[in-house]
Design a protein around this ligand. Structure first.
Ligand code: GLN
Ligand code: ZN
Length: 747
């Protein structure tokens, strides 16, 4: 019984990688110093994993930015616009752009909150092993070897790489990245030979794309790729790693019939893998790397379950290696760094370092057939209060009045013009605001002084919006560090870490809160701020909350009950908050759900069950209000495709979405799907400091009016303004108000 892990965080226990890359970008250190920092981080990880007692240790899981970008550079898939640059400068230009040369696109890695840099490929892309013998996986393998540590280089598999790519803008219709498979596989073949020459015994090829729905053509491509790599005469042994769900039976059949020596399967996110294995008749001559320790969540492993899975596998495969379910990239590094977690919560947790130790302990226990060292896993806080459960069972999730009744009631009380103008919630977070929050955290200012500073800021933001002439105002969210963390800090059942950083993209790391027990709201969370704002104006102020799905998506969530149940608890807390806002005289309340689409399962067969609980939680949170209270929701993307019906089912009175970059197309799409409530298609892109002209926004509004009536059309930017500065915010919002007025007058 061997032990391994599929990958490890690269950012360093003290975020060394962030500081080093940002120093390099700012010109404070040179390339040699950055490379030295990288080598230190790699050496520390390898040494730590060896000392933990793992039998095989991965390498090439380090990256200065992203492993998919590394792969593009490795195989020389570099678009021409970056070719005038070299080395690290070229690499970072692809990731972040430079003056006049925009970056490659970035998007979410499967259903995680990690973002990868999307390869841009065209029929003219000619793959080659860019650095030959000095290629990154080879040099990192040698680097570990020089430290006396044998490693297994990890590569993004060729099929997954192509499936994650997009066609270059000038690629002819009909071209697909998969057309380039054979050329890419030859480069992998050369790389495998070089790795073998350097002494590598094993190579891991990550193919997580195999846990999503795949066409016959894609499965055929898989077969072709691994037939070619399998037949190489001098190559390391091949481990094809899948994770984030269960592999498809057709794909597993292909791997079973190939010459690859091992397959990694995720038994945490994909318990169905046992059935799939049985369906294909097992993998009699291969090793299964059994992902039984959750690589994506922070809970200690359930030893009994892990051992039972390994035992069940022994009948189906030749050998079992104990492993994490996926790379540990997605969890914080070291629980030992945390000093203020409650013992009852802490005892249930394992971060990357502890998970590597769990794998080792499980391997030992299975080898000796002895129980692993007794881990005391405290039970979660006592089960949900029976009164809460009774209440949950009783509450419906439908608004009192139908759409028309609500529309009439809201029109009568809110008295808003057609094409009502508003914003998405946050206003620029100025250095003064950040300083006030930091001072409070450090205890440098009294609570009263802090509250006063925030109220003053809210007053400024309200006056600013009145002066601009917006119709529905917001308080501006100055008190919020982050839209999930702010609420997590106030709800029972959540804990925060001090050092639990996880890479989101590049040098941007997040510290997700931990939802460990039953969620409850001990006291109102936003009412004081929102009421303060409403007291300063006669215009309606929109209350601002984060929805239940997003509260789960951007946290580590307990796994001892279904997420649907946890979402309902969060929804109930929000329902009470919404009730309190309503009682305080707030007539419009927005519940943001930017993560609704991100949690959509990778397999279509699982969509309906997910959307059912996700939509149900939103409705549970928002359905308690009077017909005259207007519920808004907001999502920061415009590719609705598979969730378009769910957007309608949320039954928010108004939905604001990103639309500026897709020219308002979405408005017609929503209408065509039967959505008849209000729509606020973002009329300008807030992701850049560019100030759009009033004419440009007027065009967008006129386009939207082809699909929606003026009394259902809202005018707003496409997301919150917190990352913007005041000069461009003021200019853009002035143009926005002008555009709405001109279209109203002309319409
Ligand atoms: N209300 C939030 C804001 O304006 C919404 C953020 C988001 O959609 N991600 O910042
Ligand atoms: Zn948004």
């Amino acid at each position: 019984m061997n032990t391994t892990i599929l990958g490890y965080p690269r950012i360093g226990a003290r975020r060394e990688l962030k500081f080093a890359t940002e120093d390099y970008w700012a010109g404070r250190i040179d390339a040699a110093a950055l490379e030295e920092a990288g080598a230190d981080l790699r050496g520390t990880v390898w040494t730590q994993l060896r000392d933990a007692g793992l039998d095989t240790i991965p390498s090439n899981t380090f990256s200065y930015y992203d492993q998919v970008l590394d792969t593009s550079v490795l195989v020389d898939a570099v678009p021409d616009r970056y070719r005038h640059l070299d080395g690290l400068d070229r690499y970072f230009a692809m990731a972040r752009g430079v003056q006049d040369v925009p970056a490659l696109e970035m998007t979410k890695w499967f259903d995680t909150n990690y973002h990868y840099i999307v390869p841009e490929l065209g029929p003219g892309t000619r793959f080659r092993l860019a650095d030959g013998a000095g290629a990154k996986p080879v040099s990192e393998y040698r680097e570990a070897k020089a430290l006396g540590i044998e490693t297994r280089p990890v590569l993004v598999g060729p099929l997954t790489y192509l499936l994650l790519a997009k066609p270059a803008a000038d690629a002819p219709p009909g071209f697909g990245p998969l057309d380039l498979l054979d050329g890419l596989v030859e480069v992998y073949a050369e790389l495998l030979e070089r790795l073998s020459g350097a002494g590598a015994e094993w190579v891991q090829l990550d193919e997580p794309a195999l846990v999503a729905d795949r066409t016959e053509e894609e499965v055929a491509a898989l077969a072709r790729a691994y037939a070619r790599l399998g037949e190489l005469s001098s190559r390391p042994r091949l481990l094809v790693a899948t994770y984030f769900g269960a592999i498809g039976a057709d794909a597993l059949r292909v791997l079973a019939g190939s010459r690859v020596e091992a397959v990694a399967l995720d038994f945490v996110a994909g318990p169905g893998n046992l059935d799939v294995l049985a369906t294909v008749g097992g993998l009699p001559r291969k090793t299964v790397v059994a992902g039984v320790v959750d690589g994506r969540n922070v809970w200690r492993a359930d030893e009994q379950r892990a051992k039972a899975t390994c035992a069940a596998l022994l009948g189906l495969v030749d050998q079992v290696t104990v492993s994490t379910s996926c790379s540990l990239l997605h969890v914080p590094i070291d629980l030992d760094a945390e000093t203020s977690l409650e013992p009852a919560v802490r005892g249930r947790l394992a971060f990357a370092r502890q998970k590597a130790e769990e794998v080792v302990a499980l391997g030992r226990a299975l080898r000796e057939d002895a129980p692993a060292p007794a881990a005391q896993v405290p039970a979660p806080a006592a089960g949900i209060d029976h009164r809460v459960r009774a209440r949950l069972d009783m509450l419906g999730d439908a608004r009192r009045g139908d759409r028309a009744a609500r529309f009439a009631a809201q029109r009568a009380t809110l008295k808003l013009p057609d094409l009502a103008t508003t914003t998405i919630g946050s206003f620029p977070q100025t250095p003064e605001i950040r300083k006030a929050r930091a001072d409070r955290r450090a205890g440098r200012v009294s609570e009263d002084a802090y509250v006063q500073a925030m109220k003053d800021e809210i007053a400024r933001v309200v006056a600013f919006q009145e002066e601009l002439g917006l119709d529905v105002l917001v308080h501006g969210e100055p008190e919020r560090n982050d839209m999930v963390q702010y609420f997590a800090e106030q709800l029972d059942g959540y804990a925060a870490t001090e050092h639990g950083w996880v890479q989101s993209y590049g040098s941007r790391y997040v510290r997700p809160p931990i939802l460990h027990s039953d969620v409850a709201r001990p006291r109102p969370m936003t009412v004081e701020w929102t009421s303060h704002a409403q007291g300063l104006t006669n215009k309606p102020v929109k209350g601002m909350l984060t929805g239940p799905v997003t509260m789960l998506a951007w946290s580590f969530v307990r796994d001892d009950q279904p997420p649907a149940e946890t979402a309902r608890q969060v929804a109930l807390a929000l329902r009470d908050e919404i009730g309190d806002l309503e009682s305080a005289g707030i007539r419009i309340i927005q519940v943001d759900e930017p993560a609704l689409r991100e949690l959509l399962p990778l397999r279509r067969t699982e969509h309906a069950a997910y959307l059912d609980w996700a939509v149900g939680a939103f409705r549970l949170a928002t359905s308690g209000v009077a017909d005259s209270t207007q519920i808004h929701t907001h999502m920061c993307y415009s590719e609705f495709g598979e969730i378009i019906d769910a957007i309608g089912a949320l039954d928010a009175d108004v939905t604001s979405v990103e639309a500026a970059r897709s020219h308002m197309e979405l408005v017609g799409d929503l209408r065509a799907a039967g959505y008849e409530n209000g729509i606020g298609p973002g009329v300008y892109d807030i992701h850049s400091p560019r100030v759009p002209s009033a004419e440009e926004m007027e065009d967008n509004l006129r386009r939207a009016l082809q699909a929606v009536e003026p009394d259902k059309l809202w005018v707003n930017p496409d997301c919150g303004l917190k990352t913007r500065a005041y000069p461009e915010t003021e200019a853009s919002l002035r143009n926005l108000v002008t555009a709405a007025r001109r279209v109203r007058e002309g319409a």
